[in-house]
Design a protein. Structure first.
Length: 152
């Protein structure tokens, strides 16, 4: 397996990242554990997740992908060997995603909520790489607008 530095950090990540967006809907926890075991056996140390996984997105299985990882980390006691990438969703029309059905632009309160929920789902005390999963949907590529106006 090839490895590269992650940005300007000292983290070495495999050039192949294990994507996991279908776990919890199309894959069982048993399948997820087998896939993570095989990935590690092949030298993969970079795992990806997001607060909205599983796909298709709906309230009932939300978080199962991360929960499977968290349970696996506890069982294997190997969290320190995995570089974990996670993502927060931008503005969404999914009223079930945020507390009180918030549909405002992504803000500090929403990000703190999402991080805290992910840490709980993942059964860990840190996320190595945290990203915005998509920009606010009203931005140019999604709305045809050429300018972006941020709401506070």
């Amino acid at each position: 397996m090839n490895y590269k530095k992650l940005g300007n950090t000292d983290l070495e990540v495999s050039t192949i990242c294990l994507g996991t967006m279908t776990w919890g809907e199309q894959n069982s926890q048993k399948d997820a554990f087998e896939q993570m075991d095989e990935a590690v056996n092949q030298g993969i140390n970079f795992f990806d997740t997001a607060e909205l996984y599983v796909v298709p997105m709906k309230p009932e299985p939300r978080g199962k992908t991360s929960q499977f990882k968290g349970t696996w980390f506890l069982k294997k006691k190997n969290r320190n060997k995995i570089v974990l990438a996670d993502k927060v969703a931008g503005t969404s029309s999914m009223s079930w995603l945020r507390p009180n059905g918030e549909k405002t632009s992504l803000n500090k309160k929403q990000m703190e909520f999402a991080v805290d929920r992910s840490l709980k789902d993942l059964k860990t005390d840190h996320i190595d790489l945290y990203q915005v999963h998509w920009p606010d949907r009203p931005t140019g590529p999604f709305s045809g607008k050429l300018e972006y106006e941020h709401e506070n």
